[in-house]
Structures are given as C-alpha cells and as structure tokens.
Design a protein around this ligand. Structure first.
Ligand code: LRH
Ligand code: MN
Length: 396
C-alpha cells in the first residue's frame, strides 16, 4: 500500500469512533427463548466494565449507549452511580435511550396511545430521560417507538401522527442547546400491521416538525431487504437530517447480527456516501456512529470486538475511494470506471495499515487475540456464572 493511502487510513481512523450498546453485553434472546451466557453482564457496572475492555483493546469506542429502564435502576437518581462507573472503567455515557415499549401500559402504544394518561406517562419518561442526559452531559436522546397496530382498522393512523407531532415538539422544547433528539424508524416488529414511525420519510417529517435539534437515526436492520439504504443516507445528508446510525447486519429482517457478517459491502457503501458528501461539500457530517446488536449465540465481548474492528476496516476501505476521479467518471458516465473505484477500495487489504494505527495509539494490534489472552473472560465467568445460571431462558 502506498504511503498516501496509509496516510488516508490513518487520518480516517483518527476521527472514526463508534458507540457500543450496553445491552449488547447482556443476556438477550428471541421470542423463542434466550441462551444464557455465564459471563454475560447484568448490572450497569458490569456493562461498563465490559465496554471498558472493548475500548481499552481498540481505542475506538469511548462511549456506551444506555437504555434508561435497563441501566438506570433508580432513574434520575442513578446518574451519580453511572458517572462513577464511567470514571472507573474509562468509557463515558453516550446516547440515552428512553424505553417506551416494555411496560404493560404501552400495550396500545406510548405517544400514539389513544389514552391521554398513557401519552402523559410516556412524555414524563422521555422528559426524565432528557434530564438524565443533561445530568450526564451527554448529547443524544435516541428515540425508538414500538407504537403501531396489528390489524386493519384498529388504529387512527392520522390521529396518532398528530399526537407524535405534538409530543415530539414538546420534548424538543425541553432540550438544552447542545442536545439532540434522534428519531429512529422501523417498518414492523413488534407491530405487524402498521408502525407509526415506519420509514425515513415519516421520521424526517416528524423530526423536522419537532425542531432544529431533531434528526433521523438509521438502524440498518430497519429496512425491507430490497431497500437501498445508502440512497436513504444520501437523501438524509442532502436534507441535513442525518443524525446517526445503529449498525448491525441481517439476512432477513431486524436480525441484529454482527456488523458486516452478512453484507459488508452494504456498510462500505453507506460510509462511501458519507465520505463522498464530506469531500463534495467540504462539510463534516455530524453523525453518531453506534452499534445496536443482540448477541444471542456469539460470546458477547468477542462479538463486540469483532464488530468494532470490522467497522474500522470498512470505514478505512471507504476512505480510499478517489472522490475527484470518481466525480469525473460519474460526469462522463464511465460506469465501469466509476464502479471500479468503489470495488478497488473495497478489495484493498487495509488490515496492515489499521495495525500500524493501533501500534501508534498504544492499543492492541489484534484486539480479539489480546482479549482471549487477557483472562478477563475467565475472571468474569467465575464472578457472574452463579447469578446468570438463575436467569430464566424460556420465552413464555
Ligand atoms: C428496536 C431497536 C431500538 C432499541 C432496541 C434495543 O428494534 O433497534 O434501537 O431501543 O432495538
Ligand atoms: Mn436500533
């Protein structure tokens, strides 16, 4: 690899940071049950400890996304505890995710619920989540709504849209000037007839209506198989409405598999659209790169290390596209030449350059191998197995 390309990869890795989800370290499953891992994290402290390992080994994920009901056992009162863990394990709190889908009260929705007292309850929880973010001086409040219906005619879709507009505008007014709302869309699951925020267009309109600090969050698993995700990304960039990503991979639906495990070229194409936009506009896209996965079979920390390393690799490959020559080829409709710029970059082995960058940062050249040699997994298995063997694995 020539010096210019190594340098481009170096510069790219200097700015590439990806946020890891606390829930990626916990015992999660599907509706057919969950396979308990003895070493899985249950407490917020254990999640910070595991996240701290991943950041120490990669140097690329200094923040951990937190889910309010899963990580703040005492709500706003848990802020101090979380700050202690952040110091102790060397990773800072990242995006704050309110949970408007788990409680029984949300059977018929949260912001979209016909019952005004349930909408008020959901509003209260979201406002508390903004308070938590303010207390932790973290920027993003990441909103995903399971709201929808399972049968035709059972929901007034237009009325529910009006409630979402009203309530998102209300919570936007609560934000400090530095805070952002990220509105995540999903076409289906758990609702299987309509979902209130089902696609990028609905999320964009609601975010724009809420206010200037509201942006759209793209979860790569929240698309129909045939959808062109990087085109959605290009449009959101063009509209300056792209706030962040939840990266994962899938073969069928919202499978939440590890990034790049099924279609690494998909994530490469997304990174390419972002880097091409930044080259063309001279603007730095203000994007929160985050992982949202549930590791039902793989070792949870190994899967997270694999994911962070794969994300670095695909970002490094995308930064090798010669944007000026690509723009020329696009203008002259030299299709094969234009496509080859992406294929050549994607085919480039960037691992030696990434290992160089890691060496220069004093982090492990091979994070996964270093983790296996560290004894950390044996230690936490010993500490956590007794408790984890108690946890239920059945769905019903
Ligand atoms: C919904 C989702 C959302 C999270 C949850 C864990 O499918 O992507 O981002 O809150 O997963
Ligand atoms: Mn998500």
């Amino acid at each position: 690899m020539n010096a210019a390309n190594s340098d481009r990869i170096f510069q790219a890795l200097e700015k590439f940071r990806i946020e890891i989800p606390s829930w990626g370290f916990a015992n999660t499953g599907t509706r057919f049950g969950k396979f308990i891992q003895a070493a899985a994290a249950t407490t917020t402290e254990e999640k910070f400890s595991d996240a701290g390992q991943v950041h120490a080994l990669t140097g690329a994920c200094p923040t951990v996304a937190l889910h309010v009901l899963w990580d703040f056992t005492d709500g706003i009162q848990s802020i101090g505890e979380v700050q202690t863990y952040a110091k102790r394990y060397g990773v800072n709190p990242g995006s704050i995710n309110p949970n408007l889908f788990q409680d029984q009260e949300y059977k018929y929705g949260s912001f979209g619920n016909p019952d005004p007292s349930i909408r008020a309850r959901a509003l209260r929880h979201t406002r508390d989540s903004i308070e938590i973010a303010r207390g932790l001086q973290t920027r993003d409040i990441s909103l995903w709504f399971a709201d929808g219906s399972n049968y035709p005619g059972t929901a007034n879709i237009r009325q529910r849209k009006l409630w979402f507009e009203e309530l998102l505008k209300t919570v936007h007014a609560d934000l400090s000037t530095s805070q952002r709302l990220l509105v995540e869309y999903k076409p289906f699951e758990p609702a299987f007839y309509h979902t209130d925020i089902a696609d990028w267009g609905m999320a964009l309109l609601l975010a724009r209506f809420a206010g200037p600090q509201a942006k759209v969050l793209v979860d790569t698993g929240h698309h129909y198989a045939a959808q062109n995700i990087e085109q959605i990304v290009a449009w959101l960039l063009s509209e300056e409405m792209l706030g962040g990503f939840h990266f994962n991979d899938r073969r069928y639906a919202d499978d939440d598999l590890t990034l790049g495990s099924i279609d690494p070229y998909q994530v490469f194409r997304i990174f390419h659209e972002i880097l091409f936009y930044e080259w063309e506009t001279g603007k730095q896209a203000d994007i929160a790169y985050m992982i949202d996965q549930s590791h039902n079979l793989k070792g949870k920390i190994e899967a997270m290390l694999q994911t962070v390393c794969m994300a670095q690799e695909l970002f490094a490959k995308a930064c090798l596209v010669n944007h000026a020559e690509l723009a020329e080829a696009q203008k002259s409709c030299d299709l094969v030449k234009a496509e080859s710029f992406l294929q050549d970059a994607f085919a480039t082995d960037v691992r030696p350059a990434i290992q160089e960058w890691r060496r220069s940062k004093g982090v492990q050249v091979n994070p996964l191998e270093a983790f296996r040699q560290s004894g950390y997994l044996e230690r936490i298995t010993q500490q956590r197995s007794a408790r984890n063997s108690q946890s239920v694995s059945s769905y019903a």
